[in-house]
Ligand binder design. Structure first.
Ligand code: UDP
Length: 353
């Protein structure tokens, strides 16, 4: 039996692709939700809309600091693994839930499988980077989305990773097909707009940086649609910052609505890992409000521009450039069968091991 550890929104999207492939391959999967994201529109909505089996266990651990969350999850997950005796624990991405799951399993001698292994921003100030590096070094099976990720692992002495493609591309194809005739996610949306998401600590935890981003939004040549992450909402309130009048704030939207917004946007501004890739999947140029990206092939292929938020004028300039860019079609993230490959490898591994 496999236990999959989920906790945060991007993990629900990845699991939607992988759990479907597991069901098709006859793999028995138990989902454990750490509770890291707990609002209905950051969690339950995704299980319902994306046909993910409800979690067998929800630890209800969220809202604390990185250390508090990781420590409490580690303790609780160890108990779950001792009780349920999984053969393999599967973790996704780079959150505290990923690290706690991998660490608890490896200390018990349970095999760890890491989906989205090998990504590096080379910025150790990002909590996510610490999680990625540690989890890759704890993992027995590493499922890697890109050749760059294989090379990153090799540089750290990790060989034998499986280059399967990106499970988020699988999800974009599968759920994208459901969006064709979908109604817009909100009334009176402008016909041309920029879609924005912001939630990284480096952009939200400092008043100065967050106000530069708002200034960039105000200077954008298009109105902005901003589905607002709860963390960013809390910071805006705490810093007493007001969103410019050209920004339409929405509550966090479900994945199908998000695909709709990504497809109809003229440009996307984001600091999200997943949204950078989805911009490309759905044919929309992207400006990434960060110093660096783990998904550097998007920058090389002309789909993404890095714009660290240093001034509103720089953000405006990056948006204007993106709007007139014509990036070439490229095949960067596999063929849409990454999840099926992961399932096949796990089936083979169970048969031989
Ligand atoms: N997403 C969503 N609704 C939103 C914002 C994002 O469904 O209001 C989806 C998005 O399409 C992508 C995933 O959430 O699939 C990305 O998650 P997030 O940006 O929270 O995390 P990151 O990818 O940066 O780890």
């Amino acid at each position: 039996m496999i236990i999959s550890i989920l906790g945060a929104r991007p993990q629900f999207v990845k699991a939607a692709a992988v759990s479907r492939a597991f069901a098709q391959a006859g793999i028995s999967e138990t989902i454990v939700h750490t509770g890291q994201h707990y609002d209905d529109n950051m969690s339950k909505l995704f299980f319902d809309e994306l046909d993910i089996a409800p979690p067998a266990v929800n630890l209800g651990i969220g809202g604390g600091s990185h250390g508090q969350n990781t420590g409490r999850m580690l303790e609780a997950l160890e108990r779950v693994f001792v009780d349920l005796k999984p053969r393999t624990v599967l973790v996704y991405g780079d959150t505290d839930s990923t690290l706690a799951g991998a660490l608890a399993a490896s200390k018990l001698g349970v095999r760890v499988a890491h989906v989205e292994a090998g990504l590096r921003s080379f910025n150790r100030l990002m909590p996510e980077e610490i999680n990625r590096v540690l989890v890759d070094h704890l993992s027995d099976l590493l499922f890697v989305p890109t050749k760059n990720a294989v090379a990153n692992l090799a540089r750290e002495g990790i060989e034998g990773a499986s280059l399967v493609g990106d499970v988020m591309f699988d999800a974009a194809i599968h759920f994208g097909a459901r969006v064709a005739n979908r109604r817009p996610p909100a009334d009176n949306l402008p016909s041309e707009y920029a879609l924005a998401t912001v939630h990284r600590a480096s952009n939200t935890d400092h008043r100065e940086t967050l106000s530069v981003i708002l200034d960039g939004f105000a200077k954008c040549p298009l109105p902005i649609i901003l589905p607002l992450h709860p963390r960013t909402k809390a910071r805006l309130d705490g810093f007493d910052l007001v969103v410019p009048p050209t920004v339409r704030v929405l509550p966090p939207v479900g994945f199908l609505d998000m695909i709709w917004l990504e497809r109809h946007a003229s440009v996307i501004l984001t600091d999200s890992g997943g949204v950078q890739k989805e911009a490309y999947f759905h044919g929309t140029p992207c400006v990434t409000l960060r110093e660096e990206t783990e998904w550097s092939e998007l920058v090389d292929a002309g789909w993404n521009r890095l714009c660290p938020p240093r001034s509103g004028d720089a953000i405006r300039a990056a948006v204007v450039e993106s709007l007139s860019s014509k990036p070439e079609p490229a095949s960067l993230y596999g063929d849409g069968a990454a999840a099926r490959r992961i399932a096949q490898i796990l089936v083979q591994e169970a048969a031989t091991g």
